[in-house]
Design a protein around this ligand. Structure first.
Ligand code: AMP
Length: 215
């Protein structure tokens, strides 16, 4: 199955995408994760991307498009893939279309995670990430057993730099301006599945399984 998970920051695309990828045994490509890894490893890509990410702005289309073009050409993607956090602009969606044509594959669905803005702000403010292993927790909905400590590897949990309130507001503005127009685009080509994603992780997962036709 080839899927795109679309929605504002904090909507749960990463958490649900990981579960779905495990269930389908396909890779999940999250452009935000790829970029954060590059920043952490201090690569030329990371050094370019960091200032946009810290400000909650989008990294230039060409940069993310070339990452996704490469990822989709990898042998693991041949049996399906999940894209999380990409596309985020109309030019990215056009670039994705072109790459899919090249590869001779189609999207099965674009799942839109619909969550009210107050809930997003609350979720992002409560998010804690482990810088060592990448695990994600939430102080409200999915707290670690020991406060501040990663339940997977024991690392010290942190607030993501771009989850600070002012940056969150900017990310939501950028989402409305650049990414929301994609909803209409995918609605027109009839692959959009709306998912009311404000509930618990398990409830949203069950709904997602149904909207993609697996449940
Ligand atoms: P995310 O983890 O998806 O919230 O992404 C974190 C940050 O990475 C975003 O605020 C952007 O700065 C950057 N980013 C991730 N995906 C994209 C994308 N598809 N296009 C442009 N910038 C992106």
């Amino acid at each position: 199955m080839n899927l795109v998970l679309l929605g504002p920051p904090g909507a749960g695309k990463g958490t649900q995408g990981d579960r779905l990828a495990a269930r389908l045994a396909v890779p999940k490509f999250a452009t935000g994760d790829i970029l954060r890894d590059a920043v952490r490893d201090d690569t030329p890509l990371g050094r370019d991307a960091q200032r946009y990410m810290d400000a909650g702005e989008l990294v230039p289309d060409e940069v993310v498009l070339s990452l996704v073009r490469e990822a989709l050409g990898a042998p693991q993607a041949a049996k399906g893939f999940i894209l999380d956090g990409f596309p985020r602009t109309v030019p990215q969606a056009e670039g994705l279309d072109a790459r899919l044509v090249e590869l001779g594959v189609k999207l099965d669905a674009v799942v839109y995670f619909d969550v009210p803005e107050e809930e997003l702000v609350k979720r992002l403010a409560g998010r804690r990430v482990c810088p060592s292993c990448g695990a994600v927790f939430n102080v409200h909905s999915d707290p670690p057993a020991v406060a501040g400590t990663c339940g997977d590897c024991g690392g010290q949990l942190e607030v993501r730099e771009d989850d600070r309130e002012e940056t969150v507001r900017n990310r939501l503005r950028v989402y409305r301006e650049h990414t929301e127009p994609l909803l209409q685009r995918y609605e027109k080509i009839s692959s959009l599945r709306r998912l009311a994603a404000a509930g618990s992780v398990d409830d949203v997962y069950d709904k997602m399984i149904r909207v993609v036709g697996l449940g």
